[in-house]
Design a protein around this ligand. Structure first.
Ligand code: UD1
Length: 371
């Protein structure tokens, strides 16, 4: 097949490109080479030379329509992805993420094309807090958002609204009520819904994948709005202590980007995936403090992290994936966290780290998005 990946020069898109090439597909990447991610504005060296790259913006109808010409399947990954940044660059995020998606669908609805499948990248951020169990009666409850007042008391865990007891995190299923807590999350929810609606209307199989915390080589060490594993890696490389928000016991589901690419390839091939939403994670959870310690072990750098007690507005406490839906299609992860982090560390050895992270931290503090 000839496959288009919007955002194909990025972190997840380029790994998917590698996978699709191995499987014998032809790959075209359409990417705006955003300087926040690609500081030189040039084709990244990691992008396989067999990937054709078309530089362009998803909102540019003519450029995107040209990219779709002759394409059999589309992975729509192009997006602005900084959660904190999305809270104050509202127009920029919504323009790229929502209008860009609308533009893609508008082309597919109005122009002649051969696209037989569309896969859209969504995110665990659409859930807000994950699912929890109430210890006193075992009831399953969707975690609400912790109040400013609670966080100011450094009372970090989720509490039941009625009884006040601390709730126990359990795997989050696709059916959980969505509670977007950032503009980025709202954009991702919109992308899912626009694409799924489009699929139902026009009879094209559309799949939305809710990626959990993807990490791995090529994750930008210089984009201050990148994920925590890359941020900690950058700090360790500079001989600085990782800064841990809250008490470090908040947890996430970290999934190796190559396993994410495998999930993408699976839903492309499997006809049962059409019209559906899937979590893509490992099903496991690890605290941020434990992640930091594991990074110390794989890198051999023993710098004690600084547990700051600061917190990010809208941050969730726990969320990890129930992967049974995608597992029922035959998906399983193949890379352990220790092995994946070791690969991330080895890759980062040759990467330069710029001093942009402290400035971004100060900016978020100045705007009271980090408190
Ligand atoms: C968010 C998005 C997710 C997106 C990811 C990367 C939500 C709920 N999810 O995930 O969709 O893929 O960003 O863009 O918005 N932390 C520290 N120190 C740091 C940085 C982070 O302790 O220097 C902590 C955070 O407080 C958080 C955890 O690490 O508890 C994970 O943070 P991050 O990597 O930013 O990802 P999420 O917020 O989980």
């Amino acid at each position: 097949m000839k496959i288009l990946i919007t955002g194909g020069a990025g972190f997840i898109g380029s790994h998917l490109a590698d996978r699709l090439l191995i499987e014998g597909h032809e790959v075209l990447a359409f990417d705006n080479l955003d300087p926040q991610v690609h500081p030189t504005g040039m084709r990244p060296a990691y992008l396989d030379s067999r990937v054709a790259l078309l530089a362009g913006d998803v909102r540019d109808r003519r450029a995107l329509a040209a990219a779709i010409d002759g394409i059999d399947a589309v992975f729509h990954f192009a997006a602005n992805v900084g959660v904190g940044q999305s809270q104050y660059q509202i127009a920029r995020y919504s323009s790229t993420n929502v209008l860009g998606t609308a533009n893609l669908l508008d082309i597919l609805a109005n122009e002649k094309h051969g696209v037989r499948k569309l896969v859209v990248a969504s995110s665990m951020s659409v859930y807000g807090e994950g699912l929890y169990r109430r210890p006193s009666d075992g009831a399953v409850v969707a975690g609400g958002i912790r109040s400013e007042e609670q966080l100011a008391r450094h009372d970090w865990e989720l509490r039941d609204a009625a009884t006040g007891e601390v709730l126990i995190p359990i795997p989050t299923t696709e059916e959980k009520l969505l509670r977007c807590e950032s503009v980025y999350a709202l954009n991702k929810r919109d992308q899912e819904e626009y694409c799924l609606l489009f699929g139902r209307t026009w009879g094209i199989p559309v799949v939305a994948l809710r990626f959990f915390n993807a990490y791995g080589a090529r994750q930008s060490l210089n984009n201050p709005y990148t994920g925590v594993a890359a941020i900690f890696m950058g700090r360790l490389k500079q001989g600085l202590p990782p800064l841990i928000y809250e008490d470090g016991m908040q947890s996430r589901d970290f999934v190796d980007v190559r396993d994410v690419a495998a999930a993408c390839s699976l839903v492309l091939r499997d006809d049962r995936a059409g019209g559906r939403v899937f979590n893509v994670g490992t099903g496991g959870q690890i605290s941020i403090l434990a992640l930091c310690k594991l990074l110390g072990t794989v890198s051999g750098i023993s710098i004690e992290p600084e547990v700051t007690g600061q917190y990010r507005k809208g941050d969730i406490r726990h969320c990890f994936a129930d992967c049974s839906a995608i597992e029922s299609l035959g998906f399983s992860t193949s890379i352990t966290l220790a092995a994946g982090l070791a690969d991330l560390w080895n890759w980062s050895a040759a990467q330069e780290v710029a001093e942009v992270l402290p400035a971004a931290h100060e900016e978020l503090k100045g705007r009271r998005l980090v408190i």
